[in-house]
Ligand binder design. Structure first.
Ligand SMILES: NC(=O)c1ccc[n+]([C@@H]2O[C@H](COP(=O)([O-])OP(=O)(O)OC[C@H]3O[C@@H](n4cnc5c(N)ncnc54)[C@H](OP(=O)(O)O)[C@@H]3O)[C@@H](O)[C@H]2O)c1
Length: 280
């Protein structure tokens, strides 16, 4: 496969590039300096020149709290630019895989979210990511994921390992639940969906549901530290409160993958142990 990867220097993009190269693909990796996806003519020219079979868009404005005050920029990167990538991919006959998020939901449902549940984002980030899903179009793969961790970029695993090295008290919220998802496992599934040209929304997460507090306990245990160092708190106790609301229920049912016969991604504890070993 000949594949363009946008956002190639990001946490997920870097592992998508690495995995596609390892799988023998012809990879055209575009970090932000190479291709700013908000430059419509540049997007059109870049994709036309590359003549790819697939485009995997891992570029996004992911600073969730900053999105609240940078609404126009968030909408440009996460929404409108996705439409330009989609049009350029269609012109080249390439299949688009676009990455989206659990934040398109309000988190009030009392069961895991399926692909056909009605989105109702509560944050600017979520609103703009939903706009991106709509701009990607019906022919694209929309891969919604959650709580992403990987070797590249900042994430909860790295934060906890840093905090564990000190002797301060750790406090994390116990009233937001989700599925931690690891780029080492997401990347192969994104590639597979690209190869299969699997149209429509797909929830793609590792298995295993935890609160952030429970996840931090798992990270500490994986690092050989004492899990009882972390204390559970509620979102209401967070000081200062976060500008952007987070869904209380971020659990994405990987219903569509199951229906289509794809194997479930591993329980998150397996890639967590691998990542901790790499980072330690
Ligand atoms: N992280 C999570 O917990 C999470 C959860 C659910 C879904 N997702 C989704 O997963 C995808 C990948 O996220 P991630 O965790 O890998 O985020 P990330 O590390 O922030 O990567 C995003 C990349 O996009 C780049 N980018 C930003 N604006 C751009 C532009 N105008 N043109 C080209 N590139 C641009 C960023 O470059 P700069 O660093 O230079 O800005 C960065 O390298 C995103 O679609 C995100 O919405 C993430």
């Amino acid at each position: 496969m000949r594949v363009v990867v946008t956002g190639a220097a990001g946490q997920l993009g870097a592992d998508v590039v690495r995995h596609c190269v390892a799988a023998g693909d012809d990879v055209i990796a575009a970090d932000r300096a190479t291709l700013d996806i908000t430059d419509e003519p540049a997007v059109r020219a870049f994709v036309a020149d590359a003549r790819p079979d697939a485009v995997i868009n891992a570029a996004a404005y992911t600073a969730v709290d900053a999105c609240e005050t940078n609404r126009d920029h968030a909408l440009l990167v996460n929404g409108r630019a996705v439409g330009w990538i989609s049009a350029a991919a269609a012109d080249a006959g390439a299949h688009l895989v676009h990455v989206s998020t659990d934040y398109v939901f309000d988190g009030t449902l009392d069961r895991p979210y399926r692909e056909d549940d009605v989105p109702h984002p509560q944050s600017v980030y979520g609103v703009t990511k939903l706009a991106g899903e709509q701009a990607a179009g019906a022919a694209a793969t929309i891969a919604r994921t959650s709580w992403v961790c990987g070797e590249h970029g900042d994430n909860m695993v790295k934060l906890v390992l840093r905090l564990a090295a000190g002797d301060g008290e750790l406090a994390f919220v116990d009233d937001q639940r989700g599925c931690p998802s690891f780029t080492a496992d997401l990347a192969p599934m994104l590639r597979r969906l690209a190869v299969d040209r699997a149209a429509g929304i797909h929830h793609v997460t590792n298995q295993g549901v935890v609160s952030w507090y429970e996840f931090v306990r798992e990270v500490l245990a994986a690092a050989g530290a004492d899990p009882s160092r972390v204390r559970p708190i509620s979102t209401a106790e967070l000081q200062p409160p976060r500008p952007a609301p987070r869904p209380a229920n971020s659990v994405l049912d990987n219903h569509r993958l199951r229906l289509s016969g794809y194997p479930a991604l591993r329980d998150f504890r397996a890639p967590l142990a691998e990542l901790v070993a790499i980072l330690s």
